[in-house]
Design a protein around this ligand. Structure first.
Ligand code: XMP
Length: 323
């Protein structure tokens, strides 16, 4: 019968057999899938695995620390963290168009990741043969069902290595659904904050600032987002909502009155949604007192924000993210 214990034992044995005395690398995104896949492979092959985490500076408050400290503490994994905030902010300078932002973030991410990968390979030698991926069963079905033998080409330019180094894939979650992945993660001892994480887009807060992305605006949005998350968790609503993007309308200002005078600040949008698969979604009917608490705290605690608005649009016609 299906138990998380069986799944773990089976996968650990299979990965040990597959990898032998070779080495593997794994990119961590901060999401559930890559974290659980990495933890499983770590359990199987220990120090033969190296993980890479690219900090693009577009993460939410505490997320990078969660990976650096909590994930490492729970798994003992070898982790290479690349601080690429400045590089991303420079690349995003002056850019307001959503698609352009996404393209820039995606491009820079791949560049940084491949460079880190090449450095690991240069250090460890040609024994790095495997790439760990957090592919789930629904991903396999959607892409027509593979056999697990696909190779990914990695382009790099480290002297002495072949032009196209091919990785063999390790995909320990490819028979599992999301809720099963969460159970496996829990059994492996990963912290609740990682295992129960709600979806968060790869481009991060970069696509939750309507307007140009700057360090100052990111810091402001991080504060507002942290308050919203804190209050939703305190109200016990995490399992009731699919996710709740918090968006900064950086190009909009409105008049307000705060403390001893008139203000001219930015609005923050709350976008709580319920959904099964993110293809369609409905706006969540959150209790008014929770919304009130979030609004009061954000306008009191976050500089330059004088208004909080609620997005009451379903998907379609609105997407979940604003960009
Ligand atoms: P939309 O905004 O299209 O989002 O309704 C649907 C779901 O996908 C997430 N999302 C992304 N996830 N990279 C990701 O990994 C992305 O570029 C991206 N864009 C949107 C979004 O948070 C929601 O869960």
């Amino acid at each position: 019968s299906w138990t998380t214990g069986n799944v773990i034992d089976e996968q650990v044995a299979a990965i040990r057999e597959q990898v032998g005395d070779k080495r593997a690398i794994c990119g961590l995104s901060g999401g559930v899938d890559s974290a659980v896949a990495a933890a499983l492979v770590q359990k199987a092959i220990g120090s033969q695995l190296t993980c890479v985490y690219v900090d693009h500076g577009l993460m939410r408050k505490g997320e990078t620390e969660q990976v650096e400290k909590d994930f490492v503490a729970a798994t003992g994994v070898q982790l290479k963290v690349v601080d690429a905030e400045e590089r991303f902010l420079t690349a995003l300078k002056g850019v307001s168009d959503p698609e352009e932002k996404r393209k820039i973030i995606g491009r820079e991410f791949i560049r940084v990741f491949e460079q880190a990968q090449a450095e690991i390979i240069a250090d460890e030698g040609p024994a790095v043969e495997f790439l760990v991926q957090g592919t789930l069963y629904p991903d396999v079905v959607e892409s027509g069902g593979g056999t697990g033998t696909a190779n990914i080409k990695s382009h790099h330019n480290v002297g002495g290595l072949p032009e196209d180094l091919e990785f063999k894939l390790i995909e320990p979650l490819r028979k599992l659904f999301k809720d099963e992945v969460r159970m496996v993660g829990q059994e492996l001892g990963l912290p609740e904050e990682i295992v129960q994480r709600q979806p968060f887009p790869g481009p991060g807060l970069g696509i939750r600032i309507v307007g140009e992305v700057t360090k100052e605006r990111l810091d402001l949005l991080r504060e507002a987002d942290a308050i919203a998350r804190e209050e939703l968790t305190a109200a016990g609503l995490d399992r009731d909502i699919w996710q709740c993007p918090v968006v900064l309308l950086a190009d909009v200002r409105s008049v307000g009155v705060q403390g001893d005078g008139r203000t001219y600040g930015h609005p923050i949008v709350l976008r709580p949604v319920s959904s099964e698969d993110a293809m369609t979604a409905d706006w969540s009917r959150l209790p008014y007192d929770v919304l009130a608490k979030i609004s009061t705290r954000i306008t009191n605690e976050v500089r330059d924000v004088n208004r909080v608005v609620l997005d009451v649009t379903s998907k379609p016609p609105g997407t979940i993210e604003w960009e």
